[in-house]
Write a protein that binds this ligand. Structure first.
Ligand code: B1M
Length: 210
């Protein structure tokens, strides 16, 4: 099966058809990574480009995002790696003011696939909520996602909130999302930046093992 079919249906926001095609691809033995990268993410990046150029608007992007999330949910069990499971607990969320959750959901999925327990705080999460959850649920890592240049600064507030609560030396803070960079991460005093979900999951496993 051609991954382009999944990409095109995703761009058209046909969630049910995307789900059926993803299932078909799984049944044909195509790897979850190929389906994710060449089907779902490639479709989402076309939509992103069109969105930027004002060729599509929020409603079209929303239906594409729903199709993306539905397709990705089928891949979740397959992204789990066989073998020894890691252990640890992290909390994750998209920062305050930001409603983008596709990347955050992928990071969560990959981390769960590695055996970590993930407390999902959703989107629009206040710095204090990240910190209080980490305290209450005994998380080793706070994971922050941001997709907007206007909201990435909230990540610095999360670092500060962790300092104020006196837990900064006991917890790792990981950051990511399209506008985030390694130098930004260093500037705000977070512990690590990851460019994609798979490397974020690898790093989280390493942090939890410390
Ligand atoms: Co929005 N949006 N959006 N949007 N949207 C962007 C981000 C934008 C780049 C589009 C553009 O103009 N080119 C632009 C931001 C510009 C900027 O900040 N400079 C933008 C804008 C402007 C907006 C609105 C302001 C539009 C408006 O209303 N006028 C608005 C803001 C709403 C808000 O949040 N308050 C808005 C709304 C929306 C929708 C609701 C319609 C929808 C979101 C639906 C949803 O998420 N459920 C949406 C979408 C889908 C996008 C684009 C098209 C796609 C984002 C996405 O899901 N990418 C996006 C354009 C683009 O990115 N090309 C765009 C796929 C996803 C897998 O990638 O999230 O980067 P990403 O995650 C990656 C890595 O970054 C990493 O792992 C993932 C995969 O490996 N990663 C982490 C992510 N989090 C991590 C955390 C980690 C580690 C790695 O550690 C903890």
């Amino acid at each position: 099966m051609d991954m382009q079919e999944i990409s095109l249906k995703l761009q058209a926001g046909k969630a049910k058809e995307v789900k059926a095609l993803v299932q078909q691809a799984i049944d044909e033995g195509i790897s979850a990574k190929t389906i994710l990268e060449e089907g779902l993410l490639s479709g989402m990046s076309v939509i992103g480009e069109k969105f930027k150029n004002n060729e599509v608007f929020v409603p079209e992007v929303l239906v594409a995002a729903r199709a993306m999330n539905m397709g990705a949910s089928l891949l979740k069990p397959l992204l789990a790696e066989a073998g020894v499971k890691a252990s640890g607990r992290v909390c994750i969320g998209t920062v305050k003011g930001d409603l983008h959750d596709i990347g955050k959901n992928l990071v969560k999925m990959m981390m769960e696939g590695k055996g970590l327990e993930v407390v999902d705080l959703g989107t629009d999460v206040a710095p204090e909520t990240f910190v209080q959850t980490a305290i209450d649920q005994n998380c080793q890592i706070i994971c922050c996602s941001a997709l907007l240049t206007t909201t990435m600064g909230v990540m610095e507030d999360v670092v500060k909130a962790a300092q104020s609560a006196g837990i900064r030396d006991k917890i790792k803070i990981m950051v990511g999302g399209a506008p985030v960079t390694d130098s930004f991460c260093q500037r705000i005093g977070a512990d690590a930046y990851s460019p994609d979900a798979a490397s974020a999951a690898d790093l989280a496993v390493r942090f939890c093992a410390l």
